[in-house]
Design a protein around this ligand. Structure first.
Ligand code: MN
Length: 349
């Protein structure tokens, strides 16, 4: 039995994207789901498991129709999903009345429900959110009945406001695999037992690292799990070191080259560090050659020639101030006081 586990697709969101992608990044979430569907069809995957937050907010009727269209293209794969805290089952949610294609099995109850696939000797268990927050540790009492060859739990949560998870209890729950959603960074909760697939596409500039799917296989004797990166883009925090010889133009060329080497399709927060020529002004607005920088943080410090400044100002406050802090270690608070104090005193002039 082959399955693909995804989570937190957040269809309907408009993630931070940089100039080039701001118009299309929302559509890319749909495209990314479409590519998962294509993979399921190509590989004749038995089950596609979606562990909550397929939508970013209450889905519109037309959005459910679009998702259903994607699922309806599958000639073999069965789709099982639960609803998470973002797309929770409001009283008037379209989820409650929508008619899905026959290969789609929503587990919409608030109480543990199950869908059985006798041809796969497999059952999938899960329940959905009917509120934005659920603070009770509802998975603590969930156990596998052990009536099927393979028993899988679909679960969404893992922080204090969204069904806190107890590792030990999950470990002893008897499920063969627990397909988790809610935490956006892909990670193993219990080895060979429970994984967060992570958001299908990264949605926030701090959501760095790879994103994708979990592909699993059960044979008669063993289970294998594999995380496969599939996201169309990645958020990268790029540190660029600056030195005193660098002009604004040179920095622009450096940032461009760094982005080329890390991939122009990715989205960047650029952090400038090091010492800059005090006479040079970096034109940060001119650095976005590929339209994929969402933030530039200048944390550089001016590289003052303290010796020379001290000599020239021996008879005034600036000279005396420098003399007081000269020679302190570059990582120390005194050094920080030195350059910030010098900067302040120079600006006052
Ligand atoms: Mn969630």
């Amino acid at each position: 039995m082959k399955f693909i586990h995804i989570a937190d697709v957040h269809l309907g969101a408009a993630p931070e994207a940089g100039k080039s992608y701001s118009e299309t990044r929302g559509q890319e979430l749909w495209d990314s789901l479409g590519r998962v569907i294509d993979r399921c069809e190509d590989e004749q995957t038995d089950l596609l498991l979606i562990a909550g937050d397929m939508f970013h907010r209450q889905p519109l009727l037309r959005e459910l129709k679009e998702a259903n269209f994607l699922f309806s293209k599958l000639s073999h794969t069965k789709v099982v999903f639960i609803v998470g805290n973002h797309d929770y089952l409001k009283a008037d949610s379209y989820y409650r009345t929508f008619t899905w294609n026959e290969n789609v099995y929503p587990l919409l109850d608030r109480r543990l429900d199950c869908v059985e696939f006798p041809e796969l000797d497999t059952a999938v268990f899960g329940f959905s959110y009917d509120a934005r927050e659920i603070t009770e540790p509802l998975y603590d009492d969930v156990t596998a009945p052990r009536e099927h060859g393979v028993e899988i739990l679909l679960a969404h949560g893992g922080d204090e406001k969204h069904i806190p998870l107890n590792k030990e209890k999950l470990k002893n729950s008897g499920f063969d695999y627990i397909a988790l959603g809610h935490i956006h960074k892909p990670q193993i909760l219990l080895p060979d037992k429970a994984m967060f697939a992570g958001a299908l596409e990264p949605l926030d500039k701090n959501d760095t690292g790879m994103h994708g799917i979990v592909a699993g296989t059960f044979t008669d004797t063993e289970m294998s799990l594999e995380f496969i990166p599939t996201a169309m883009r990645e958020y990268i925090h790029l540190q660029v070191m600056v030195d005193e010889s660098m002009t604004s133009g040179a920095l622009k060329a450096r940032v461009k080259a760094e982005i080329e080497s890390h991939g122009t399709g990715n989205i960047y927060k650029v952090i400038l560090r090091g010492f800059r020529d005090p006479d040079i002004l970096f034109d940060l607005d001119s650095m976005d050659a590929y339209g994929n920088i969402i933030e530039m943080a200048d944390e550089t410090k001016p590289a003052y020639d303290y010796e020379k400044l001290m000599e020239q100002n021996a008879d005034n406050l600036l000279g005396k101030f420098i003399a007081k802090f000269m020679g302190s270690d570059e990582d120390s608070v005194e050094y920080q006081a030195l350059y910030e104090g010098v900067q302040a005193l120079l600006e006052e002039r």
